[in-house]
Unconditional design. Structure first.
Length: 381
């Protein structure tokens, strides 16, 4: 069976990019012919995220070397989708749903969240717009301020045009089912098998965090919490970061007497080493829809501290085993939780329990159910 996974751009080291790769590998390993379709991709991102065994095709007919024009022209109809005939399409965003609107084949929408430019409010929306490369989100935000109501209606119509809907957590499911008046099925984004405890270690104790380093991820909260810890250890952060935001965070760290080190974009192998070596992983995103990096850390044997706010990240943490949940949004309590994990030596004492808990989110555990659902929609079961 030929299956196409569709997402508008692959230009960042993000969670959806990892999810696309894992889903493609799952389906390929079950014998299906899989390709990822996108309006634009950065070859360096694909290389860094190890897309080498998955076919990625640029569907833009115009300006394919330039991200924003490639996306806009594709949405305006200047794309190659009409020449692509697949048995099934899986979309991962509102623009992807729009691109596939006229396709007669069976369609699945894997929903990680609502379109944030339509459903975020106030400061949250502005942070979202500033949290990516280039100006694409700012342009989208400007458009939504004029025709946001129409776009919301279009979004709901496009979601309901799919034959099947996945959501990435129980938290996300409750939100999406209410907004769209649908019934989604929870399928946790699986952890790549490469994320497991490594024998290679970084010396010394440290707090670790990783992902795109952007304001909406609340790295400023993590720095302040580290400054309030009784256990004085350095904070290492990996990921791509805007230089101005980096300078702001470095100043904040200095003011809070935190030994902060930016590691840049790490290879997957290097990331595994840091996950495995850290004393604790700090995850300060509020009401996160899921959170792939915390479960990657847990899969590498390192406990996580996150907020006990009912978000999707709370589904990943078994308190006292794979981490602790802090009072929302109490930085003192967050610091206390990180101290407790280090002081109690949770990582060593709960080693077996952490490994057992991580299996629930593993590639092998999730693969069979996900593939079975996909094949059922396509009529291949």
């Amino acid at each position: 069976m030929k299956i196409s996974l569709v997402y508008d751009f692959l230009s960042e080291h993000g969670g959806i990019e990892r999810l696309l790769l894992i889903h493609a590998q799952m389906l390929q390993n079950k014998g299906h012919k899989v390709e990822i379709l996108t309006c634009y991709y950065d070859p360096e991102v694909l290389k860094g995220m190890n897309f080498k065994n998955v076919k990625v095709k640029n569907i833009s007919s115009l300006a394919k070397k330039y991200e924003l024009p490639a996306i806009l022209f594709s949405l305006l109809g200047f794309n190659k989708l009409k020449n692509i005939n697949s048995d099934l399409f899986i979309s991962y965003s509102f623009p992807s749903n729009y691109l596939l609107r006229n396709k007669k084949a069976k369609k699945i929408n894997f929903m990680n969240h609502t379109p944030r430019f339509l459903y975020y409010e106030g400061k949250q929306k502005l942070e979202w717009a500033a949290s990516t490369q280039g100006i694409k989100r700012k342009i989208v935000l400007a458009i939504s301020s004029v025709i946001g109501g129409w776009l919301k209606n279009l979004d709901k119509q496009l979601v309901r045009n799919n034959n099947f809907l996945f959501s990435n957590s129980i938290f996300t499911k409750k939100k999406l089912d209410k907004i769209y008046n649908v019934s989604t099925k929870v399928s946790y984004p699986p952890v790549d098998p490469i994320f497991k405890p490594s024998d290679e270690r970084i010396k010394g104790k440290f707090v670790f965090a990783s992902g795109r380093i952007i304001p909406e991820k609340k790295y400023d909260w993590l720095i302040e919490a580290c400054g309030r810890m009784k256990t004085k250890v350095p904070l290492y952060i990996s990921g791509q970061v805007n230089e101005l935001y980096k300078l702001n965070l470095e100043k904040l760290a200095k003011d809070n007497h935190v030994d902060l080190k930016f590691l840049g974009k790490l290879s997957t192998e290097e990331l595994v080493k840091y996950y495995s070596s850290a004393s604790v992983f700090g995850f300060t995103i509020p009401l996160c829809d899921y959170g792939l990096v915390p479960i990657e850390s847990i899969s590498c044997g390192t406990p996580v501290v996150a907020w006990k706010d009912g978000g999707g990240q709370t589904e990943l943490i078994k308190e006292g085993v794979s981490g602790l949940l802090a009072k929302p949004y109490d930085l003192n309590d967050f610091a206390k939780c990180m101290d407790e994990i280090i002081k109690s030596d949770m990582k060593v004492k709960k080693k077996k329990e952490i490994a057992e808990w991580a299996k629930k989110f593993s590639y092998d555990y999730i693969r069979d159910e996900f593939v079975k659902d996909v094949e059922k929609v396509a009529g291949k079961v």
